[in-house]
Write a protein that binds this ligand. Structure first.
Ligand SMILES: *[C@@H]1O[C@H](CO)[C@@H](O)[C@H](O)[C@H]1NC(C)=O
Ligand SMILES: *[C@@H]1O[C@H](CO)[C@@H](O)[C@H](O)[C@H]1NC(C)=O
Ligand SMILES: CC(=O)N[C@H]1CO[C@H](CO)[C@@H](O)[C@@H]1O
Length: 770
């Protein structure tokens, strides 16, 4: 299995690489905003608590009370969403006396494990939350008084403190999922001290606690990601709690070894266990595989089997719920991520389909072909089962035969396939890992788009759309923004969206950030820039780039084109700026013959491809595309002449092309100074200061004057290029940095003026032939 997986992975990697254009493709974020950019634009605000780090474990966004509750280390916080951020309340909740010492005594890490890490925060009733923490390896739950809506109260009810075993893991780090339904807490966790005993557990109500049967091997080393109640239909008796997780199971083809597989599992809310069989155990538990793979050459597929995160996109009305799932590959040699979308209706179909059956541990799995008893295992006691003459009002009434069958067949035979049979997005060769997913369905002028927010392990959030092509074409990925939410690289562990507030709440171990979903003015102040941004939230309103609101009466003025991002069509005559785009001022720059020189052109968007055109002096023909060769190189930052020739003189125009829209970025008139002129211009003692003493002894005009550009252009040296430029050649850069004047020569402008006046003076005095 391993070698073929290798081959497929590498092929996939290759295909994906080749699929992209050599220019920076759309998977490069069109806009990158740093931590500082976000803060200074009021796009984000951050809360790290009074000690500079919360050790955040749980986040509960309470839109009813307009509050954000945070579970940290030995503390819980409440932040008001409707006030100037953060206005916090804090309640300290350390472990019970003696527990910390006991935890250390049992050999646990005093810093990382022996504290009360609050991992559960759920609404209990209108005035209280249920909170559970690891309690230094003795899980504890308590009720937290938070007050009515409009109050900002926060305190623990001391008398409500009770054991949290089965309701909260012992450790802060182990994957865990929980949900609170009808006064009861459903958890998917490893419930024992050693973390070996995986189970789905229900507790907290008047009914006896229910758990999964540990003899039955229902769960194999699971990593729980999400638990949620999802109604099947309008009959509340049919309501189920769904669990999303990955597990490591014995190889399904009976071979040696174990494989990771992702699952959706479910139990009925009204499951009461069996009467003689499965007493106080789940009698309705079923699970199915969640498939997310990319077809490879032949029949080989690359599977994304490790579930990282799940987001439930609730429909407005009438439609079925959509499940967005973020997966990663399990392979040690190939790191890739995929996002697959599942219709809830397809998940229900799989649970209605055949059960998986295995004749023995060494046998292949197949569909169960025999008779399935009634009520069909997995069915909740409801109107369907309580038919006249069939009095199944509770799972306790189910015949033993049904419970035995359920016990032996917890797995469905068919996997759940994603919408369109493949991922909406595949990401490989990423510098970061992806951890969290949140999706917002946005109405735009030309359709509805799902904007995907991905939390990375380096403290940033990617904002992405996947454009579905016609027919079977691969979806096109557009990375709209990369937002560095946390100052230091730290994995993002929580993400919640408030559509009402148009905010994303992003948590890492350090703390939590509030991030606006969009800030349209950041894209620029011209129609073309707004259009090229292709952000479904934003449109050109005739004067600026602003939030697009469907159905508003200003609608006919709105310009937006998410699918094609074509400003030529959208922005015709929309602003002065576009009409005068061809009139970018020409800047004169100088280079010395036989030396290297560099003409810089920094496109606004990394997705734009730059092209250089040259108009030679006295040439009547229209400007020609610059021919590059060994001597003249085009780099991502501009045009590099390794050795300048006097015939290189002329006017260079750098144009960028993005979605068929071309824009003049910079226009530079290059004058070539011949060496003889220089010696006259700068007698040795009055030459400009040499930044480094690297000039060879034979060079009459030091090589250091230009420094070795090749070395500077090297990728690793990029920051140094700017620094160098700032210090030596561009003292006036900050003053001249205009909207369009992004280009500059390595000969600084001040210096350029000086040279020019000297050249003029010398020309007047000396014979032309120098
Ligand atoms: C920053 O954003 C918040 C939330 O949108 C808003 O309440 C606040 O007034 C803004 N502050 C400034 C200075 O713009
Ligand atoms: C919520 O539950 C707590 C504890 O059971 C109780 O004291 C409180 O009165 C309840 N609040 C409401 C509004 O029912
Ligand atoms: C590196 C390089 O080509 N340096 C040249 C710079 O120009 C002078 C003449 O002004 C040449 O002598 C150097 O060799």
């Amino acid at each position: 299995m391993a070698p073929s997986a290798w081959a497929v992975c590498c092929l996939l990697g290759g295909l994906l690489l080749r699929g992209g254009s050599p220019n920076p493709g759309p998977s490069v974020p069109r806009l990158r905003l740093s931590f500082r950019d976000l803060l200074s634009a009021n796009r984000s605000a951050i809360f790290l608590g009074p000690r500079g780090s919360l050790d955040l474990q749980a986040l509960y966004l309470d839109e009813y009370r307009d509050r954000l509750f945070l579970g940290g280390r030995d503390a819980i916080y409440s932040l008001r969403l409707d006030q100037t951020w953060p206005d916090p309340r804090e309640v300290l909740w350390p472990p019970q006396p003696g527990q910390r010492e006991e935890c250390v005594h049992k050999g646990r890490d005093p810093l990382v494990e022996c504290a009360n890490f609050v991992r559960v925060l759920h609404p209990h009733n209108r005035t209280h939350l249920l909170a559970c923490g690891t309690g230094a390896f003795q899980p504890t739950c308590a009720l937290l008084a938070v007050g009515h809506r409009g109050e900002h109260v926060l305190h623990l009810e001391p008398r409500s403190m009770e054991s949290g075993r089965g309701r909260c893991p012992h450790e802060p780090s182990r994957p865990f999922a929980s949900t609170f339904v009808g006064g009861e807490l459903y958890t998917g966790l490893n419930a024992d001290f050693l973390g070996h005993e995986a189970m789905i557990f229900r507790s907290g109500g008047p009914r006896p606690a229910l758990r999964s049967d540990s003899d039955q091997n229902l769960l194999h080393d699971p990593r729980f990601v999400l638990a949620a109640r999802i109604p099947d239909n309008s009959d509340p008796d049919d309501d189920k709690v769904y669990f999303f997780f990955s597990e490591t199971v014995p190889s399904p083809d009976g071979g040696p070894g174990r494989v990771t597989i992702s699952r959706v599992g479910r139990v009925c809310v009204n499951d009461a266990g069996g009467q003689r069989v499965l007493v106080n155990k789940w009698s309705t538990f079923l699970k199915a595989r969640l498939l997310c793979s990319v077809p490879g050459p032949g029949s080989a597929e690359t599977h994304f089997d490790q579930l990282e995160d799940v987001f439930l996109l609730w429909p407005n009305s009438g439609k079925s719920l959509e499940v967005y799932a973020l997966f990663s590959t399990v392979s040690a040699v190939f790191q890739g991520y995929a996002i697959c979308v599942y219709h809830m209706a397809d998940i229900w179909e799989v649970f209605k389909g055949p059960f998986a059956h295995q004749d023995g541990p060494q046998h292949q799995w197949g569909p169960y072909g025999g008779k399935v008893p009634f009520p069909r295992p997995g069915m909740c006691p409801s109107k369907m089962t309580a038919q006249p003459g069939r009095p199944f009002g509770s799972t306790k009434d189910y015949p033993d035969e049904v419970l035995q069958f359920a016990r032996a067949h917890p797995l469905m035979f068919r996997p759940v396939r994603p919408r369109r049979g493949r991922p909406v997005l595949v990401k490989t060769h990423l510098a970061q890992q992806l951890r969290q997913i949140v999706v917002d369905r946005v109405e735009a002028e030309d359709g509805t788009y799902d904007v995907i927010f991905l939390g990375t392990d380096s403290g940033s959030v990617l904002k992405v759309i996947a454009l579905q092509g016609a027919g079977s074409a691969e979806p096109e990925e557009v990375v709209l923004e990369e937002l560095q939410v946390f100052k230091v690289p730290t994995p993002i562990t929580e993400m919640e969206i408030s559509v009402k507030r148009q905010m994303l709440y992003v948590g890492s171990r350090l703390g939590v950030a509030r991030l606006q979903l969009h800030q349209c003015e950041t894209y620029g102040s011209a129609c073309a820039e707004c259009c090229l941004a292709r952000d479904p939230y934003c449109a050109w309103d005739g004067a600026s780039c602003t939030r697009y609101r469907p159905g508003s009466n200003k609608r006919r003025f709105r310009r937006q084109d998410i699918r094609h991002g074509n400003p030529a069509l959208q922005c015709l005559g929309q602003s002065q700026e576009e009409e005068t785009a061809g009139l970018v001022a020409t800047t004169t720059v100088y280079g010395t013959e036989h030396n290297s020189t560099f003409l810089e052109c920094l496109p606004k968007s990394p997705q734009a491809a730059a092209h250089w055109f040259l108009q030679r002096p006295g040439d009547e023909r229209p400007e020609q595309q610059v021919k590059t060769d060994e001597r003249v190189l085009q780099t991502e930052q501009g045009l590099l002449f390794r050795r300048l020739n006097r015939l290189d003189a002329g006017t260079y125009t750098c144009m960028t092309l993005e979605h068929g829209f071309s824009q003049v970025v910079v226009r530079l008139a290059l004058e070539v100074i011949v060496p003889a002129q220089l010696d006259i211009l700068f007698p040795r003692e009055t030459r400009p200061e040499e930044p480094t003493a690297r000039g060879g002894p034979t060079s009459p005009y030091s090589k250091a004057w230009y420094k070795d550009i090749m070395q500077l252009i090297g990728f690793a040296n990029l920051p140094r290029v700017d620094e160098y430029c700032e210090r030596v050649w561009c003292p006036s850069r900050s003053r001249t940095r205009g909207k369009q004047a992004k280009g500059k020569s390595w000969v600084g402008l001040e210096l350029g003026k000086k040279v020019k006046s000297r050249v003029q003076a010398e020309r007047n005095r000396t014979p032309r032939e120098v």
